[in-house]
Design a protein around this ligand. Structure first.
Ligand code: HEM
Length: 526
């Protein structure tokens, strides 16, 4: 009876409460839907995003070229949804300036990529660290301790010695000009030797590395490739544990190999410092040679008084300098040599400038570089057309903001297509894609290290801009000047047909190593 009553009495109130719940639900849904639609209408334009994967299927490599084609269709700022990650791609200097200068602080963070967690010591480094106290401290160490003008100058002898050594081995390998040489390999050995002498005061052979890699170049190629991969777990986080592409597994292998190697470097430095202290009994000898401290020395000294600098921090910073400093410098040199080979008149003009300053038999010194105006133009032109990191390192917004009339949500990944900016015909004219160093005679005000001009930004800009530019440029200029002063260069066949394809990744080295024949211009030995 009671049940019967219930069934008779309850339907009315049950229907009205269900209706009320449905009404509230639909109101919320409607508010949420129209809010989202309003936001979506204010987002930058972009291609339609599929459920779950968003626009991931449109990420055809090389990404900087794909993004350039999308920019031609959707404009200099467009929106993608990569998995669940809102992403904005910027392809004009005007808009890049708004992100990296006017709203620099909002975009000073990095998206939390697996590479930072698995390779770079769980974001202990500077490149991948999110914006915050740790990044500020690491950045301060880079700018005020490791990459100061004084310290870079103190390694002048390292650059000069290593450049001379490269020239000797090029000549040997060419069997006095009879054979072609692998210029890419010579350049990569040069930059590796310079970087390791600056970091750890010695050169390493590939056998020193250990692990599963054939050597440092192999490790670096793998590292750059994995950092540049579009890792599904970064964009669809709930799939991360599956490691569908096997990228996380590779990253752990890279980390382990580097970690063990870096441990040995730190141990060697600690032991050497103890031995030195014991030998001098704590007293500095008045006649002792001034010791140029390498980066690991500097970091170990800082760690004595600063407890925040741990062994992990030191290893992470050494990995940053190795990863960020080496491939970028050699890629730039490789492209500069490639373009000079394709443009013999530019090579000749540059050789004439160098000779007018150094003399016919001279060795180029670091102090000669400041007056080589045409050399500066050649390096700028190379960095304009071949920025070593074509999409910069991705930034992330820490709050929502409106830029160029578009709504940019909090936690949006921002990629700046530096490659497209350097080739923008609206800025660089009809011959934007041509290698014409003379154009920088007109644009003399463009200073690559102060980054106030956004018409080309190969080193990025703002708070996260590259702190290593003033270390890279003297190395590139010195090596290039000496390679051209010592030798005339030619390639087999028609130089205008030289293969200029690039590798797809976070950096853009040549796909095929550059091979060329040197002919001696000056007397040996250097
Ligand atoms: C031609 C050579 C180089 C180029 C083209 C280059 C380019 C870049 C670019 C585009 C960025 C990202 C900037 C951003 O996200 O806004 C960057 C960051 C960085 N670079 Fe370089 N770089 C070069 C050489 C070096 C060297 C020699 C070092 C050090 C030895 C170095 C250390 C770094 C570091 C530590 C960062 C991260 C800065 C941060 O996140 O705060 N780079 N570089």
């Amino acid at each position: 009876m009671a049940f019967h009553n219930l069934s008779v009495c309850l339907p009315l109130p049950a229907t009205s409460s269900t209706a009320a719940i449905l009404c509230i639900f639909f109101s919320f849904f409607f508010i949420w839907f129209s809010h989202n639609r309003r936001i979506r209408a204010r987002l930058p334009p972009g291609p339609y995003a599929l459920p779950i994967i968003g626009n991931l299927h449109q990420l055809v490599l090389p990404a900087h070229r794909t993004f350039k084609s999308l920019a031609d269709k959707y404009g200099p700022i467009f929106f993608l949804r990569l998995g669940s990650v809102p992403t904005v791609v910027v392809s004009s200097s005007e808009i890049a300036k708004q992100f990296l200068k006017n709203h620099d602080l909002i975009f000073a963070s990095r998206p939390p990529r697996a590479a930072g967690r698995l390779i770079f010591f769980n974001f202990e480094d500077v490149v991948f660290a999110p914006y915050g106290e740790h990044w500020r401290q690491m950045r301060k160490i880079c700018v005020l301790e490791l990459l100061t003008a004084k310290r870079i100058e103190s390694f002048k002898h390292v650059r000069e010695e290593e450049v001379s050594s490269m020239i000797r081995s090029v000549w040997e390998e060419s069997e006095n000009g009879r054979m072609g040489v692998n210029v890419s390999k010579a350049i990569s050995t040069l930059t590796s030797n310079i970087v390791w002498r600056i970091l750890a005061n010695r050169k390493f052979s590939d056998d020193d590395l250990g692990g599963d890699f054939k050597g440092f170049k192999d490790l670096l190629v793998e590292l750059i490739a994995r950092v540049g991969d579009f890792n599904i777990g970064d964009f669809i986080p709930y799939l991360d544990w599956l490691d569908l592409q096997g990228i996380n597994r590779c990253m752990k292998k890279i980390h382990k190999t580097f970690d063990e190697f870096a441990e040995k470097i730190i141990d060697d430095h600690v032991n050497a410092n103890h031995l030195m202290a014991a030998a001098s009994n704590g007293q500095k000898r008045a006649d002792a040679e001034p010791h140029v401290q390498d980066f690991v020395d500097v970091l170990l000294h800082m760690a004595v008084t600063d407890t925040k600098i741990t062994r992990e921090t030191i290893k992470a910073l050494v990995l940053d300098m190795f990863g960020a400093g080496l491939e970028t410098t050699s890629t730039t040199l490789e492209w500069a040599m490639s373009e000079l080979l394709r443009h013999p008149h530019v090579m000749k003009k540059l050789q004439e400038e160098i000779e007018s300053i150094v003399g016919h038999h001279g060795k180029v010194k670091g102090s000669n570089l400041a007056t080589m105006k045409y050399l500066h133009c050649v390096v700028k032109e190379t960095l304009r057309l071949y920025p070593a990191v074509p999409l910069m390192v991705p930034h992330e917004s820490v709050e929502a903001v409106t830029i160029a009339g578009y709504y940019i949500p909090k936690k949006t990944t921002v990629m700046v297509n530096v490659w497209a900016i350097g080739r923008d015909p609206n800025v660089w004219g009809a011959y934007a894609s041509k290698f014409k160093p003379e154009r920088f005679m007109e644009y003399e005000q463009i200073n690559l290290t102060d980054q106030s001009d956004f018409s080309m930004i190969p080193f990025g800009a703002g708070r996260r801009g590259c702190p290593g530019a003033s270390m890279a440029i003297p190395t590139i200029e010195l090596a290039l000047a000496q390679l051209l002063h010592t030798f005339d260069w030619r390639v087999e066949g028609d130089p205008s047909q030289l293969d200029m394809k690039e590798v797809c990744g976070v950096t853009i080295p040549r796909q095929v190593p550059l091979c060329a024949y040197p002919r001696l211009r000056v007397s040996f030995p250097l």
